[in-house]
Design a protein. Structure first.
Length: 226
């Protein structure tokens, strides 16, 4: 027994109301229909996300499955405000044919892919810049270390040269002192030799004077004898 006959039998007079009969026939017709309901362009995002809860306004579950206690409040413009300011009205989204809708979806996917690629390239560029900066900092540290070692080595070399110069100066001073002392000794020895020679010459002159006086006395004695 179908639902229509049940409705007819349930009536007290045995006659079901026409409205109930029409409603039931329409329901049976929709249940038996194989035609899919058309999806408008404005509803594509909602159908992709799934069912929307009317309590928390989130997608993915029905209203009776919502676990939130309080209803989410959303403010909207009043009709008076919309009448006073027509720009607040949302423009109706026209329904597009399936081909155009697919083209738009493909273009949107391409744009998303390009954006993802650009972000990936930017990340790679940033990571490369960071690695390059790290390498530069490392190289700079190495150069500074090398420069410090070179300066240290140069300081050591200059210190050794200063020590060598001081040593050479000391040796030169010692040499000068030795030469001066040798010269003094030579001068003193020469003065002593000159004094000894002068004394010897004076003794020789005295002996020669004595001999000359002896010869003069002998000559005088010979003349007196004659």
């Amino acid at each position: 027994m179908d639902t229509i006959s049940k409705i007819a039998q349930g009536n007290a007079d045995g006659e079901a109301s026409r409205w109930m009969m029409k409603q039931e026939m329409k329901r049976q017709m929709h249940l038996g229909s194989t035609e899919k309901a058309p999806v408008l362009a404005a509803d594509t995002s909602k159908t992709e996300k799934g069912q929307q809860c009317q309590k928390c306004l989130k997608y993915g579950h029905w209203t009776y499955e919502c676990t939130k206690k309080d209803r989410t409040y959303t403010s909207r413009k009043s009709r008076t405000q919309m009448l006073k300011r027509p720009e607040l009205k949302k423009a109706p989204v026209p329904a597009l044919p399936p081909d155009e809708l697919q083209k738009q979806q493909a273009a949107a996917e391409e744009v998303e892919k390009d954006q993802a690629l650009q972000t990936r390239l930017a990340e790679i560029r940033d990571s490369g810049n960071q690695a390059l900066a790290k390498l530069k900092a490392k190289e700079k540290k190495k150069q500074e270390k090398k420069e410090k070692a070179r300066l240290k080595k140069e300081a050591k070399r200059l210190k050794a040269l200063e020590k060598k110069r001081k040593r050479e100066e000391k040796l030169a001073k010692r040499k000068q002192r030795r030469l001066a002392s040798g010269k003094k000794k030579k001068d003193s020895s020469s003065s002593s030799s000159s004094s000894s020679s002068s004394s010897s010459s004076s003794s020789g002159s005295s002996s020669s004077s004595s001999s000359s006086s002896g010869s003069s006395s002998s000559s005088s004695s010979s003349s007196s004898s004659s």
